[in-house]
Design a protein around this ligand. Structure first.
Ligand SMILES: [Zn+2]
Length: 409
C-alpha cells in the first residue's frame, strides 16, 4: 500500500461502525459502486447511488487523493463533452492467496484487480503427512511473497481456500474427505503467525465462486453459484454480491442433495447423494466395477477421450445426474449464472452440454435462460478467489479505517 499524505494504514482492522463519520460511508458507497460496475462516470454514480452530483464530485476527489480510484478513459459519446470514467486503482495494494486441493497447492500475490503478479505451485505428496504439508505450504507462501518483489506493507492479507468443510469463524479446517491430513488444522492462525499478515479461510468452492464472480465467468452478476465437479462435488453460493455461508458455513453443498434414498452410501454417511452417484470417485468406482479393473479418474478420462464405451457411459450419466440437481437448484433460486468447473467438467468435453440438457429438462418451464457456463479462470480460479477474500475484507472495513485516518490527520 502506498504511503499517502494522510498516513499509512493496512487491511487488518477493527472498526466500530457507530464511530465512523457518515462521509466515510458515502465514500465507501461510491467505491463499492465503482467496484461492482467496473467503471463509472460521476453522473452515472449520482444516478446509481442517489447522491447529488456535487456530493459525488467532492467525495470522488477524496478517493482520488487517497489513491483508491483512478481515471479510466472516457465514456463513448458522439456529442458534447465526454465524461471521465473512474475505476478502482488496482495498484493501490496487493493481496495474497493460498489455494490447496488434493492435487496441488498454489500461492500467488495479486493486485486489487485480481491480476496475478507472481505465483508458485507445488504438487501434493500422496499420502500426505500433516506436519510436512503445513510446513511445505508455509514455505511456498513465504517464497511467493518474497519473490513477488512486493514490499510486505503493501500486502493487505492472505486468503486461504481449502477442501471443505471449514469453520471460517475459527479459521479451522474440519474434516475434508479428500484431504484427510488437514483434519482439524487451525490453518488460519498458523498462516497468520508464520506470515505476519491477517488471514481469511474459506472452503475451496467458496473461494472459486468469488474468483469467478469478480474476475471470471460470472463477472457483473450479483447472484451466482459455482459447482465443483471433481473427485467430490461441492459448491459455493453468492447472493447479492457476497458469499452466502448459512448458519454453519455449510451453504452450497449441492453434492449432498439426495437424489435416490436407496442409492449408494455417500462420504457424508447419507445415501443416494449427488456426490455418491455422480462424483469423480463414484464414476471411477462404477467403471472399475463394470470393467473389473482398478483405474483412477485420470484413467477413466483418458479412456473416454479414446471413446471407451464404458468410460463415456459413466461420465455421461454423471453429467446427467448433476444436471438434475442443477435443474432443482434453478427452481429453488433462479440464479442467472451457474459456473461449473473441476476435473469432470474441464476434461470431459461433452460434460457441460449434458448438464445443461438435463437441467433444462428439470427446471420449471417459462423461465428465461439461466446460464450454465464453464469456469473462465480454470486452474487460477482458487488462488485468485482466495485473494478476493482479502480484497473483500479491505473494501468492507479496511477502507473505513483509511478514511478515518484521513479525517483524523
Ligand atoms: Zn452426501
Amino acid at each position: 500500500m502506498r504511503e499517502s499524505k494522510r498516513g499509512k494504514t493496512r487491511g487488518g482492522l477493527r472498526i466500530q461502525p457507530e464511530n465512523v463519520p457518515s462521509g466515510c460511508f458515502t465514500r465507501k458507497t461510491l467505491l463499492d459502486t465503482i467496484r461492482r460496475n467496473g467503471r463509472a462516470s460521476r453522473t452515472q454514480l449520482a444516478e446509481l447511488t442517489g447522491l447529488t452530483f456535487m456530493a459525488v464530485k467532492r467525495n470522488m476527489e477524496e478517493l482520488l487523493d487517497l489513491g483508491l480510484i483512478r481515471e479510466d478513459g472516457t465514456e463513448p459519446s458522439s456529442v458534447g463533452r465526454k465524461s471521465v470514467l473512474y475505476a478502482v486503482n488496482e495498484s493501490f495494494a496487493c493481496t495474497a492467496g493460498i489455494y490447496i486441493n488434493m492435487y496441488e497447492t498454489r500461492a500467488a500475490v495479486m493486485d486489487l484487480g485480481g491480476t496475478i503478479l507472481y505465483s508458485k505451485r507445488m504438487a501434493m505428496d500422496q499420502p500426505c503427512n500433516q506436519a510436512e504439508l503445513i510446513d511445505r505450504v508455509i514455505r511456498l507462501a513465504q517464497e511467493t511473497l518474497e519473490e513477488s518483489g512486493q514490499p510486505r506493507e503493501r500486502i493487505l492479507g492472505v486468503g486461504i481456500g481449502v477442501p471443505g468443510p471449514v469453520d471460517p469463524g475459527r479459521g479451522l479446517v474440519l474434516s475434508p474427505p479428500n484431504l484427510t491430513c488437514l483434519q482439524y488444522v487451525p490453518l488460519r492462525g498458523i498462516v497468520e503467525q508464520a506470515l505476519g499478515l491477517p488471514a481469511f479461510l474459506q472452503k475451496d468452492a467458496n473461494v472459486i465462486a468469488l474468483g469467478e464472480l469478480r474476475h471470471g465467468a460470472a463477472r457483473g452478476h450479483a447472484d451466482m453459484m459455482y459447482i465443483y465437479a471433481d473427485v467430490g462435488i461441492g459448491g459455493g453460493l453468492v447472493l447479492n454480491g457476497s458469499l452466502y455461508l448459512g448458519l454453519n458455513a455449510g451453504a452450497g453443498e449441492i453434492g449432498h442433495i439426495t437424489l435416490d434414498q436407496d442409492g449408494p452410501v455417500c462420504n457424508c454417511a447419507s445415501t443416494g447423494c449427488v456426490e455418491a452417484i455422480a462424483s469423480g470417485l463414484a464414476v471411477t468406482r462404477r467403471y472399475n466395477r463394470e470393467k473389473g479393473c482398478s483405474a483412477s479418474i485420470e484413467d477413466v478420462l483418458q479412456a473416454a477421450a479414446q471413446n471407451d464405451t464404458c468410460a463415456v457411459m459413466c461420465l455421461n450419466d454423471s453429467a446427467r445426474t448433476l444436471g438434475i440437481a442443477v435443474g432443482s437448484l434453478i427452481n429453488l433460486l433462479d440464479l442467472p449464472v451457474i459456473v461449473i468447473g473441476g476435473l469432470l467438467a474441464e476434461r470431459y468435453e461433452p460434460y457441460l452440454a449434458l448438464v445443461r440438457q438435463s437441467a433444462t429438462e428439470k427446471k420449471l418451464k417459462g423461465y428465461r435462460s439461466n446460464r450454465i457456463l464453464p469456469s473462465a479462470l480454470a486452474n487460477n480460479a482458487g488462488v485468485i478467489g482466495a485473494g478476493e477474500l482479502v480484497a473483500d475484507h479491505f473494501f468492507k472495513t479496511g477502507v473505513l479505517e483509511l478514511f478515518q485516518s484521513g479525517a483524523a490527520s
